[in-house]
Design a binder for this molecule. Sequence first.
Ligand SMILES: [Zn+2]
Length: 125
Amino acid sequence: MDRLQQRVARLKGMLDAVELDHRQDMVMRAIVDILDEMALSLAEVETVQSELEEYVQDLDDDLVALEEEMSGEASDGETEREPDETIEIECPHCKEHIRFEENAFLEADQVECPNCHHVIYTDED
Ligand SMILES: [Zn+2]
């Protein structure tokens, strides 16, 4: 039972403890019944909503996986990916200015100059 339903249940208990005339009692009980139903409906909506959120998250994960798969295939030929952050390095061997995608550079264990093929960066780890 959630907090709201607990509070309605407590309200019902309070209603049993107070003395009201017949009409007041009828009206109060009708109100509490409505609150009770609302709390129950709300709990159902919350359950459905969290199921939907899970479903949407699953869809999103699938979509990301699909996008990764497609961009992997696309990189065989012409890439249409958005450019990542790039960093520019001057090769210490041939002085050529080379641009790397920052992520590719950071993830690589070793980077070589595309111009002279000397290793210009090695992951020290
Ligand atoms: Zn070079």
